[in-house]
Design a protein around this ligand. Structure first.
Ligand code: GLN
Length: 583
């Protein structure tokens, strides 16, 4: 039986068969090919970065790509996950709260993701159990194989139908050998079997150790990790070796021999200066061509498109490497010891810095340690301040002190989500004459709750008492700094994740005191961007949104861009002042 015939018989089989494979309508066998990236040896090797870089290189060649991240955990989404443990929660335009890797895909591919690009075991099992309750399995006992694996395959094929992709990229969280991921791997094995030859390309991402005491690379852990993958029924086509330094020929030969993968398909993916260099590395090593060959996609490529895309990306890398004259941006946060909790802020600063031509050094300011009397010392040497998003009351007063200092001393400032709310509170207290201004998030009985939960507004938007999530339109007021930053557009779209907002009853008095709300929701009085007049402060801007989430390498977020430009000017001015004082 040929692969297509097999797939056809599977597709038309009844539910009572070991070939159970639910097929989404409109699925075209052979149209979409699948690339799977598996982690071996250990997690945290940048599987998402590698997978998204490879996807980007294929997209640059003119192929349509659609990534999907499969997470083993039982949560339905990442909304309740602690950024300390899992890194930041990335919010998609459709409101899905997901793993930070989706941010990597959006940035690398310059393509919006949706809930179809993210699945957890929680989602898979829920779908299976709901179907079971509806009597969907016709009296059969519901099993991991074929029913749960069937649901995984259905999700992948559904993404193929919906995106009409040439290649679906599948990234499985964690590493081979994790109990919670085993059924994902089994589902992929089945998928390749059903789809037939040239339908799937399996990439094992592994790690080559280099113990300092030995001073040489050791490949045994890599070999054993790959062996676990083959034991699960996946024979990799390609092996990508992560390592500190370029992987030696000897180590690659050993890995090739041990895992039956040709030497030319064992690649060194060693550490480099920026994740945005990895697509270049993939091209230089010829890894992309191997994938195209394995999947038989040669006749779908558009070489002219590739030249253009490559030139654009090369331009970005040239600017990144040429960036000089560093500025220091202070980030006053709560999880400053865990960089992943602010991954998108870090990236957005890199994009903006690259565009401006400056290197951005981040100084992490632990909010709980900032106090009013020491804030000037804490902020010495900082050319710009970011107060990022956050929840709960810890560190709030420290962040407010930092904002106050920035406002009074003309230090460029960007507030994001919670940072926006705190900028409103700081202004209300110190300029608006509302000494007791605060948010009901930190103090339920707050006397002047300029920031509050407003269920009646959420009800109009159909959100009930829940978080306002996802992409929302922002109307920009004419002749404001915000409008100028967005190239005088009348509207823009940003990503949101908040429960609290400015109480509209305070808008008039805050504006009368000199605060400008320059970005608002189109139909409701939800304040989305604020600023101070530029004759009062060079750059004091905040947004209720997470504008860091929509920053892309070639299209940096305008608010970050404005901050970095202002920080550069601030640095030059303070250097001159310093020089004048010495002179
Ligand atoms: N805690 C605030 C709210 O829920 C801000 C949220 C955030 O910064 N993401 O509105």
């Amino acid at each position: 039986m040929t692969a297509k015939n097999l797939l056809a018989s599977v597709a038309h089989s009844s539910d009572d068969t070991e070939f159970y494979t639910p097929m989404p309508s409109g699925y075209r066998p052979g149209k979409t090919r699948y690339v799977g990236v598996f982690g071996t040896v250990m997690s945290g090797l940048g599987k998402g970065i590698f997978a998204s870089s490879l996807a980007k290189v294929l997209k640059d060649k003119g192929l349509t790509v659609a990534p999907i991240k499969l997470e083993g955990y039982l949560n339905l989404d990442s909304g309740t996950l602690n950024p300390f443990r899992h890194g930041e929660v990335f919010v998609l335009d459709d409101g899905m709260e997901c793993d930070m890797d989706l941010g990597t895909y959006e940035r690398m591919l310059d393509q919006n993701m949706s809930r179809k690009n993210f699945s957890t075991s929680g989602q898979i099992f829920t779908a299976v159990l709901e179907k079971e309750r509806r009597g969907g399995y016709l009296g059969r006992d519901v099993q991991m194989i074929p029913h749960v694996t069937g649901e995984v395959k259905r999700k992948l094929r559904e993404l193929a139908v919906q995106s009409d992709a040439d290649v679906v990229f599948i990234e499985i969280g964690g590493t081979v050998g994790d109990v919670e991921n085993a059924y994902f791997i089994e589902a992929l094995r089945q998928l390749a079997f059903e789809e037939g030859p040239q339908s799937a390309c399996w990439v094992a991402l592994t790690y080559v150790l280099e113990p300092p005491s030995l001073g040489e690379q050791k490949s045994k852990a890599a070999q054993l990790g790959i062996k676990q993958l083959t034991q699960a029924g996946i024979q990799p086509h390609i092996i990508a070796c992560r390592a500190k330094h370029e992987v030696t020929q000897k180590a690659r030969e050993k890995i090739a021999m041990y895992s039956s993968v040709p030497y030319k398909r064992v690649f060194s993916m060693h550490d480099c200066e920026s994740v945005y260099v990895i697509p270049e590395m993939i091209r230089q090593e010829g890894l992309d061509q191997q994938v195209v060959g394995i999947l038989g996609l040669e006749d779908r490529l558009h070489p002219e498109q590739e030249v253009k895309a490559k030139n654009e990306w090369d331009g970005y890398l040239t600017r990144l490497r040429a960036a000089r004259d560093d500025v220091v941006i202070g980030v006053a946060g709560k999880y400053t010891s865990v960089r992943d909790s602010y991954a998108s802020v870090i990236k957005a600063l890199e994009h903006a810095g690259t565009q401006v031509g400056v290197g951005v050094n981040i100084e992490w300011l632990e909010a709980t340690e900032i106090s009013e009397d020491k804030v000037a010392e804490t902020m010495r040497g900082v050319h710009g301040l970011i107060v990022p998003g956050g929840f709960g009351s810890r560190g709030i007063e420290g962040k407010i002190a930092a904002i106050s200092h920035a406002r009074k001393r003309g230090v460029p400032f960007l507030g994001l989500c919670l940072g926006f709310q705190l900028a409103v509170i700081e202004f209300a207290r110190n300029v608006g004459g509302l000494e007791k201004a605060g948010s009901t998030e930190f103090d339920e009985d707050c006397e002047n709750a300029v920031i509050d939960i407003l269920p009646e507004q959420k009800e109009i938007e159909g959100l009930g008492g829940n978080m306002r999530l996802g992409g929302q339109d922002v109307v920009l007021s004419r002749d404001t700094l915000a409008a100028r930053l967005f190239n005088n557009a009348a509207e823009t779209r940003l990503r949101f994740r908040h429960r609290y907002e400015v109480d509209p009853r305070y808008i008039d008095s805050l504006e009368a005191a000199g605060l400008i709300f320059s970005g608002r929701a189109p139909d409701y009085p939800i304040m989305q961007i604020l600023e101070l007049p530029t004759d009062k402060h060079p750059y004091f801007v905040a947004t209720q949104a997470h504008s860091e989430l929509t920053s892309r390498p070639l299209r940096p977020d305008p608010l970050f861009l404005g901050l970095v430009q202002a920080a550069q000017t601030f640095k030059r001015a303070s250097n001159q002042q310093g020089a004048a004082a010495i002179g």
